[in-house]
Design a protein around this ligand. Structure first.
Ligand code: GLU
Length: 474
């Protein structure tokens, strides 16, 4: 049996960043939507670096964008295309448009253009160059000139946008766009159309700040007799207060979210929900997102960043993550905090993970909650700690140490049972043991309950710390 989509053309999407800065969270979401859509339809997801603005494009920005995409796990299915390297092809297409009469050479100087544009504006007209209807002489052709696209006479431009619906522009509201500058450099809208066409892009999913470009680009597709792609213009991301996202709302770059301790799968889950919905589902895997993603689920209102929700989603993915991986990520945080590592530290972090991962919203919190395992012996004992270990309660910790030093099966359940027996023998509630034991074992840092703390530290370290503490308080 063949499915109805078997004969449909392959879906090809692309992410087309301009490398002028880091990978912005809005760009990351655009990339994600394109990636999801391609995966959903067994298509291809491509990346094109729009580096035609030579002054603003930098190699560092190219690197930052690819680093951000690979951190997010959004890999292109083919080598990236660099737009600047395709300038000859863009000029070739400009020539095709010249030959077919869909473009013309404009010999006005910048000053003349400015003056005519001002005059047109004053009269409420759209600017038009007199060269639109003039045939240049051979002499003219040797002079510097731009090439302009000739917009078709007064028919409206209609774009069927998969998110915005039917959008119309009066053709008279669009002027004749420059497609080649006087130095022969192709301009943005020409380059995008040629590249999308040559790359076989079927769906252009991008921010709605490009909606007007869709009108101009559609006219170029039509003039060339090329099939337009499906356009889907997604509303931009706003800050929690509903205002356009800006620095004052906090982190904007993807790498900042990595540094704040978010997991890439949590970012994918959260960003997918930012502007797109599948019923009330908030927590879902990549496989579910791929299965469900559709442009009909993209809303028309700007999505608002919600840091509480992001933390909630991240906490979920931390709980779901492998302890091994979390231990490595947490180790990186400790290293970034310039913690010098001891030989057993990695193993202790790994042992601690199951006890802390249910309570952490970020890997930074995992690091805070595991700091106790990395403290070098002997632990500093503050005045209050000394008090907790003085007198009767100190003697009890001595008996606990003696008991544990005879205890071999150092796993959390056995330790829990052993501590319970110890409390019964001492005829005290655990409240009389816990604070002093924690002080001895961690110097007073946050830690899980005592059996877990002992299990995470391991036998030798636990007994060593208990001994150190007892010696300091003698
Ligand atoms: N390079 C454009 C940008 O970074 C995107 C162009 C497009 O997606 O068509 O905003």
């Amino acid at each position: 049996m063949t499915s109805p989509s078997a004969s449909a053309p392959e879906v090809v999407t692309r992410f087309a960043p301009s490398p002028t800065g880091f990978l912005h969270i809005g760009g990351a979401r655009t990339a994600l939507f394109n990636w999801l859509y391609a995966r959903r339809h067994n298509g291809r997801f491509l990346v094109r670096v729009e580096d035609t603005d030579r002054e603003r494009s930098t190699d560092e920005a190219v690197k930052a964008i690819f680093d951000g995409l690979s951190w997010l796990g959004l890999f292109a299915d083919e080598e990236p295309v660099f737009q600047f390297s395709r300038a000859d092809r863009h000029r070739e297409v400009a020539n095709i448009l010249l030959e077919s009469g869909h473009a013309y050479r404009d010999f006005l100087s910048a000053e003349e253009t400015g003056a005519l544009r001002d005059a047109a504006k004053a009269e409420g007209r759209t600017f038009e160059s007199p060269w639109r209807d003039r045939t240049p002489t051979v002499d003219d052709l040797s002079k510097p000139h731009t090439v302009r696209f000739r917009r078709p006479a007064d028919a409206p431009v209609v774009v069927e946008d998969a998110v915005q619906g039917t959008v119309r522009w009066e053709s008279s509201s669009l002027d004749d766009l420059v497609i080649l500058r006087s130095d022969g450099a192709p301009t943005y809208n020409l380059a995008v159309v040629v590249d999308d066409h040559d790359m076989g892009v079927t769906h252009v999913i991008r921010g709605d700040d490009h909606l007007n470009n869709a009108a101009r680009q559609s006219l170029i597709y039509d003039a060339l007799g090329w099939t337009r792609p499906t356009f889907a213009h997604i509303p931009l991301i706003h800050g929690p207060d509903g205002a356009k996202l800006s620095k004052r709302h906090g982190a904007q770059a993807v790498h900042e979210y990595a540094e704040m301790g978010y997991l890439p799968e949590a970012m994918r889950n959260y960003l997918a929900r930012l502007g797109w919905a599948h019923g009330d589902d908030e927590l879902f895997s990549d496989a579910q997102a791929v299965e469900w993603f559709d442009l009909t689920g993209v809303g028309r209102a700007p999505a608002r960043l919600d840091f509480d929700k992001l933390a909630h989603v991240n906490a979920h993915w931390i709980r779901m993550a492998d302890d091994d991986r979390l231990a490595k990520l947490t180790l990186d945080v400790h290293l970034a905090r310039e913690h010098a590592l001891g030989p057993d530290d990695e193993a202790r972090l790994l042992r601690a993970m199951p006890f802390v991962k249910d309570r952490a919203k970020t890997t930074l919190e995992l690091a805070d909650q595991t700091a106790f395992v990395l403290k070098p012996r002997p632990l500093a004992m503050e005045g209050k700690g000394r008090e907790l270990l003085a007198g009767e309660s100190g003697e009890r910790i001595g008996r606990l140490r003696d008991r544990l030093s005879l205890f071999e099966s150092w796993d959390v359940f056995a330790l829990e049972a052993e501590l319970k027996i110890f409390a019964e023998e001492e005829a005290v509630g655990f409240g009389k043991i816990g604070p002093a034991a924690r002080t001895a074992l961690t110097g007073g840092s946050a830690s899980p309950d005592i059996a877990k703390t002992l299990a995470a530290l391991g036998r030798e370290e636990s007994l060593g710390r208990l001994n150190d503490a007892l010696q300091q308080t003698i």
